[in-house]
Design a protein around this ligand. Structure first.
Ligand code: SAM
Length: 165
């Protein structure tokens, strides 16, 4: 189902620190069987780490910004993983995520709210949803991890479809 674009909240670009990227992929137990989707992929750091550091089979980054997608492409080329990455210019609310075994997010709570019914419809049981900083309101996390990075504290929420209610 396509959700009208007027419902899309404004989500600014703020990159996830590398230490948090690693923790997100670690608690999701990303491995060689996984297809990882980052909705609002920015410069591609999460999808690139998923394939380069965690050996995911494939990773898909979705973003609306041409500039970010270009950066993601250049970064994937520089890490030698361009062939394992798919980059898509799309509104994440319109992206079919049924292929994902792991979905990563660093959006806003109201954007997560809009994604919840889509995830419940499209994602298979066992799919992990990992969100940096913003919870999935009303869902039961499997794990909440605090990551300290310098003087900053970050929260990472892990949900597993089928165990989230
Ligand atoms: C907070 S940044 C997170 C970037 C990256 N996931 C990370 O953690 O480093 C949010 C990203 O979402 C993108 N974005 C915002 N609204 C979007 C939408 N409706 N569809 C696709 N991407 C969107 C922005 O361009 C931005 O790159």
């Amino acid at each position: 189902m396509s959700i009208p674009h007027r419902e899309v909240p404004h989500v600014p670009y703020v990159p996830t620190p590398d230490k948090v990227v690693k923790k997100m992929l670690e608690i999701a137990k990303v491995g060689k069987e996984d297809v990882v989707y980052d909705l609002g992929c920015g410069d591609g750091r999460i999808i690139i780490s998923a394939v380069a550091d965690f050996n995911a089979k494939k990773a898909v980054g979705v973003d609306l910004s041409d500039e970010r997608l270009k950066e993601a492409e250049q970064n994937a080329l520089a890490r030698g993983v361009r062939d394992k990455i798919v980059l898509k210019k799309n509104n994440f609310l319109d992206e079919d995520v049924s292929e994902a075994t792991v979905v990563t997010l660093f959006l806003l709570t109201n954007a997560n709210d809009l994604l919840k019914p889509k995830f419940e419809k499209e994602l298979k049981p066992g799919t992990r949803v990992v969100s940096h900083e913003f919870e999935m309101r009303g869902w039961k996390p499997k794990e909440v991890v605090k990551v300290e990075d310098g003087n900053m504290h970050h929260l990472v929420y892990l949900y597993v479809i089928g165990e989230h209610t």
